[in-house]
Design a protein around this ligand. Sequence first.
Ligand SMILES: [Zn+2]
Length: 368
Amino acid sequence: MNTIRVCSPIARSQIATKTQLDRKSITNFVTELIDEKLVAESGKMENVSGRPYSMLKFIDNYVAGIYIAPHLCRGVLIDLYGKIIASHEIEYPLYTDLTTICRAVENIYNELSSVKTPSFGVGISMPGSLNLESGVMEEAVNIPCLSNVNVREIFSAFIKEPLFLEEESRSIALAEKWFGKGRCHDDFVVVEVSAGVGMGIVVDRCLFKGAGQFAGEVGHIVIESGGTKCSCGNLGCLEAYASEPAVVKALSKYSKCSFERLRYFPKDSIDPKDYNKIMNDVGFRLGQGLATVVNILCPHTIIFSGAVIDLFGTEILPAIRDGINKNSVKSNAGQTELFISELAHVDALGAATLPLADIFEVPGYFYI
Ligand SMILES: [Zn+2]
């Protein structure tokens, strides 16, 4: 299945060569996949020594991904190759109620389903401490109405296909592993800097989840003892200095423009000197927090995404690098490259990768 995904259209003999399995086994596997209506023959390829090869590709099947953020819901419909077929987005006010969020998820699901049925599953990702076994969101500091809610139960009420849930940064890590910068490395982390600061960790091409599946709370690394109060209740967390609300608050000290304007057009709303000072400060603090990650995990790559990264763009990377270099061991810092995600709708794409991973990844044996 994965060889067809990556190399389609492909002949049976080519699959045998690539997988180093014998041709008879491949013929049997392919017959099964054709019977199950997953794969179809599509066109012929010339064969100099005999009958032309029948080429194989997937029959059109789809999965959907929906990402729930504090201020919006975004969804994508993709095919089994990962190509985005449709996307949809609904905005709502920050700290909105559960009914509004449920309605937004349902509307996006209906909108995407009206294009093609996501028969192979729907993935939903969101920030917070999500218990993947029970489906209960144990704590969602940035979307408080989701706290203590069984999200699996409420979304299963209208989603008919298999439902997959995941914390947002981890599903973004999956998207990068499958389709983005993470394709080239066994060990990397993604850092999502938006309403909160979260991290998805990939070790040996496998998502690292930790005890209780709560690993990756990089936003709550304390970078200033006794510092600014964080939404988690502690003082001086990275998130209290580098999250989107913290950045907009810092910008607002130098400008009379509205929060909305500062969020989307910071460069036009503030003196360039002040703008650069804030950007460099936020970048350095991110680097300070990530230095701990670099010291412990020494990842090949850190891939950034999220509203704060969209706001500053690549210009923030030198300050992050400076923060990492000045707070971590030289040997480790030298190993780690910094990138900004190049994937469109990476958050929703990550959610859509959850059902794909269920089809193509075999835990403990085969990871993409
Ligand atoms: Zn915190």
